[in-house]
Design a protein around this ligand. Structure first.
Ligand code: ZN
Length: 177
């Protein structure tokens, strides 16, 4: 396994819509190794999600894992989830505003409204089509990662940049608890 280099905002790959992975390639050694590398990279940088364009690969793959969740203590952890060619089937009308950050938008935080619940269809790493229902923080992370696959970042979803905050100032002035 290998820790991959993270592309930051400004690298064209972050703004390039990615291509679907051909279904028959999902179980190939190359894609499986890449999934392992994405998971290792996400864990190394303590991200809760990582999309393939963030590691310079313009393919529709995202990995998500939340081991501890101080912000939503009632919701519990999110198990390791691999989404390949994800399609969001439905989203709740109810939106919640909360802080987001991104490994590709280094050391910033901003407030982003996201649908509180959604259903997404994707292939898992075995090449099986799965449907995932998500709420709260898990739903937020799925929306954030699916945005990466169409070349969007959380800044595009902020209704105003007035809450855009450097990480240092976020910790100092805004972080709760
Ligand atoms: Zn991100």
């Amino acid at each position: 396994m290998a820790i991959l280099k993270v592309a930051r905002l400004g690298h064209p790959v972050i703004r390039t819509p990615s291509a679907p992975v051909p279904k028959e390639l999902i179980t190939s050694a190359g894609v499986q190794r890449f999934l392992d590398d994405m998971i290792e990279t996400m864990r190394e940088y303590e991200g809760v999600g990582l999309a393939a364009p963030q590691v310079h690969v313009s393919q529709q793959i995202a990995v998500i894992e939340v081991t501890s969740n101080r912000r939503y203590p009632g919701e519990g952890p999110v198990p390791l989830t691999v989404l390949i060619n994800p399609k969001i089937l439905s989203m709740s009308k109810k939106h919640l505003i909360d802080w987001e950050g991104c490994l590709s938008v280094h050391e910033f935080r901003g407030q982003v409204p996201r649908a509180d619940a959604l259903e997404v269809e994707a292939y898992n790493r075995k090449g099986e089509k799965v449907r995932v229902q998500a709420k709260g923080f898990f739903a937020r992370v799925i929306q954030h990662e699916c945005d990466h696959l169409v070349g969007k970042v959380f800044l595009d979803r902020m209704p105003t940049l007035a809450t855009l905050t450097h990480l240092h100032e976020f910790v100092r002035y805004w972080q709760e608890g």
